[in-house]
Design a protein around this ligand. Structure first.
Ligand code: SF4
Ligand code: SF4
Length: 392
């Protein structure tokens, strides 16, 4: 499933001897494979595009096998099966088995509500290496409301236990926002109780469905400060027990995050219909063309040569203030999708940066929306979204 945080921390740049030109952009170690946009949940912050890909357009089993063969051949080491919900694909075990066969480390990024104990065992037997389960809160009532799926929370806890029972390492991914931040201490306790190796505390990033729901999700500045304190305290207290990764909310930051490790530098994503994307949200940038594995070009060619990957690669494309900024090779100007969403051009400085002319305005907008407490979600679905029913 595609929550807010593809496992970028796992992506490292490899440069192999003899690589020509863009040696600084050697093939990434890992790739995110979005098997489907279908998902039983309806999270209002889902990072899938607003226009979801129909099941009929999805890559076939044979096409994914061929992709994995090529990934292994060009030096990719890890595949992260994601979506939507990857377990809606009947061939998931076969895909994992093929990944194992060609020597790819495999990770399942899942909402977990459709898994059974037997299927978890089958996945482990097929060679699955790691499971990441998303949670929407610590208490069932809130978590099920956020995900728009009844009894989902209980199922997630069950699947997390099965993950450990079959001997697989477990990451819990908690997407945080105004309406669930108060449960963060319990979520941390829950991750420990589930014997997770890692917890990702990922504040919502605002593009796609999350941008549509920003007024219902954006935290207040005070909440963010309290979250920083809770995370720092837990990281300290749980050192050696639970690794805690923390993604801070952009709108209240001083400098933007190094999104995807820099555009076309450390990451690529394959969409359900086969588009090769520099970022899982890249399709939110309208007017940009992305090459597909269904065309006549190899993945290696697309990575090296495609217009989409080269457009915002490195620092040459940057306008001021990034162009002459000391941090330009650290954050690469921030997130292109966020720049597009907030300024209308993906080629602008990300307004999360304090040096952007728009920074003060987005900070203020965030604070205003948080104070207004409009809490109704627009749930993610295939027909453009569904507004949450009003509480009676
Ligand atoms: S709806 Fe929720 S669970 Fe499903 S893919 Fe989106 S974020 Fe993941
Ligand atoms: S001006 Fe650009 S490069 Fe400098 S900190 Fe801001 S976003 Fe990063």
């Amino acid at each position: 499933m595609t929550d807010q945080t593809p496992p970028v921390a796992d992506f490292q740049l490899v440069t192999r001897p003899g690589e020509d030109q863009r040696t600084e952009y050697g093939i990434p170690l890992a790739v995110l494979a979005e098997l489907t946009h279908r998902c039983p949940l309806q999270c209002p912050y889902c990072s899938n595009p607003l226009e979801l890909e129909a099941a009929s357009k999805e890559l076939t089993t044979a096409e994914w096998f061929k992709i994995m063969d090529e990934l292994a051949e060009i030096g990719v080491l890890q595949i992260h099966f994601s979506g939507g919900e990857p377990s809606v694909r009947k061939d998931l075990v076969d895909l994992v088995r093929h990944a194992t066969k060609v020597g790819l480390y495999s990770n399942l990024i899942t909402s977990a509500v459709m898994l059974t104990r037997a299927r978890m065992q089958e996945l482990a037997d097929a060679g699955l290496c790691h499971v990441q389960i998303s949670v929407q809160g610590a208490e069932a009532a809130l978590a099920d409301r956020v995900g728009g799926f009844k009894n989902g929370h209980v199922k997630k806890l069950e699947a997390a236990r099965w993950t450990r029972e079959v001997g697989l390492p477990l990451t819990i991914n908690a997407v945080m926002h105004r309406q669930n931040l108060h449960q963060l201490p319990q979520i941390i306790d829950m991750a420990v109780a589930l014997d997770a190796d890692r917890l990702e505390v990922a504040n919502v990033q605002y593009y796609g469905w999350a941008l549509k729901n920003r007024d219902a999700l954006i935290p207040s500045f005070a909440q963010v400060e309290e979250t920083n304190r809770i995370v720092a305290e837990a990281q300290d207290r749980l050192a050696g027990v639970l690794d805690i990764d923390y993604v801070v909310p952009d709108y209240y930051a001083q400098r933007p995050k190094q999104c995807m490790g820099g555009w076309g530098r450390q990451f690529f994503n394959i969409s359900p219909a086969g588009k090769v994307l520099p970022c899982h949200a890249a399709e939110s940038i309208t007017g940009m063309e992305f090459d597909s594995v269904r065309g006549n070009k190899s993945i290696r060619w697309i990575w090296d040569n495609s217009e989409a990957f080269n457009k915002y690669r490195g620092t040459g494309w940057m306008p001021e203030p990034c162009k002459s900024c000391e941090f330009k090779e650290i954050d690469f100007g921030g997130c292109r999708c966020q720049a597009f969403a907030l300024t209308g051009s993906a080629g602008n400085t990300d307004p999360a940066c304090v040096k952007s002319d728009l920074h003060a305005a987005i900070f203020q907008q965030a604070a205003t929306e948080a104070a207004e407490e409009q809490d109704r979600f627009t749930y993610r679905n295939f027909s453009g979204g569904a507004l949450e029913a009003e509480e009676l």
